[in-house]
Design a binder for this molecule. Structure first.
Ligand code: HEC
Length: 214
């Protein structure tokens, strides 16, 4: 019993200390437009694809976004268009380098508290400490090396460029977590239009019928 109480007390203490360390996430406005999502695909392929897989996104989906097949072929390598976007690092290589596997990212924009704000803040939170060691304010224990190079960027223009890239990547990962969102909006508009036409027709019919009855 005592042991259980001790464990419980320990849990409380550790969760409290986590709460204290909680960092404020930067809030961003996610650009969901097709050009932003496409820029995000390019940035993802340059900076993230070497390690991360997108389990629920196929190369074909990138064609659907408007990339031509020749461009997609550069990312696709020997995989078919039907294959999911596969990270390029083999599992044993990743285990040797990081001691864990890079997680698949297609649902990551919904998987973490803070969603898109978390993704952006995490990518931007790398810094170089006084001792020259790279750290991350948002996820201090992160085994991921700074992928966009923000920890060594000192010039404001360079930092702004990296911030824009991080935002584009979030636009893409936000799309990846729900690729049919835009289609649903479009469908919704059609359905509203249909209901409007139907209501108008019924209204005209009702008027005619009542005109005859009067
Ligand atoms: C050199 C390999 C490598 C590259 C490149 C890389 N990552 Fe990672 N990433 C990792 C590893 C390893 C982890 C696991 C980190 C951990 O849990 O300590 C990870 C974890 C993550 C996580 C999950 C963090 C969490 O809360 O668990 C996100 C999100 C992420 N990466 C996004 C990205 C994005 C976006 C890019 C491109 C800008 C990228 N990564 C590039 C190796 C990489």
């Amino acid at each position: 019993m005592k042991k259980h109480l001790l464990t419980l007390a320990l849990c409380c203490v550790t969760s409290l200390s986590f709460a204290n360390e909680e960092v404020k996430l930067e809030k961003i406005q996610v650009d969901t437009s097709n050009p932003a999502v496409k820029r995000g695909v390019e940035a993802f392929m340059d900076s993230c694809h070497s390690c991360h897989t997108l389990k629920y996104i196929k190369y074909q989906d990138l064609v659907g976004l408007g990339f031509d097949k020749a461009k997609v072929k550069e990312w696709q390598g020997d995989w078919t268009l039907d294959a999911p976007v596969m990270g390029m690092m083999p599992d044993d290589g990743a285990m040797a380098a990081f001691g864990k596997l890079p997680p698949e990212l297609s649902l990551m924009a919904r998987a973490r508290d803070g969603g898109n704000n978390y993704l952006y803040s995490y990518l931007m939170a790398y810094y170089t400490g006084a001792d020259g060691v790279t750290g991350n304010h948002v996820f201090p224990a992160s085994k991921m090396p700074d992928p966009l190079g923000i920890s060594s960027a000192t010039e404001p223009a360079q930092r702004a460029e990296i911030a824009a890239k991080a935002k584009d990547i979030v636009s893409f990962l936000n799309w990846a977590a729900d690729p049919h969102e835009l289609e649903r909006y479009k469908l919704g508009t059609y359905i509203l239009g249909y209901l409007f036409v139907l209501t108008s027709l019924l209204f005209v019919m009702k008027k005619r019928i009542w005109a005859r009855l009067n």
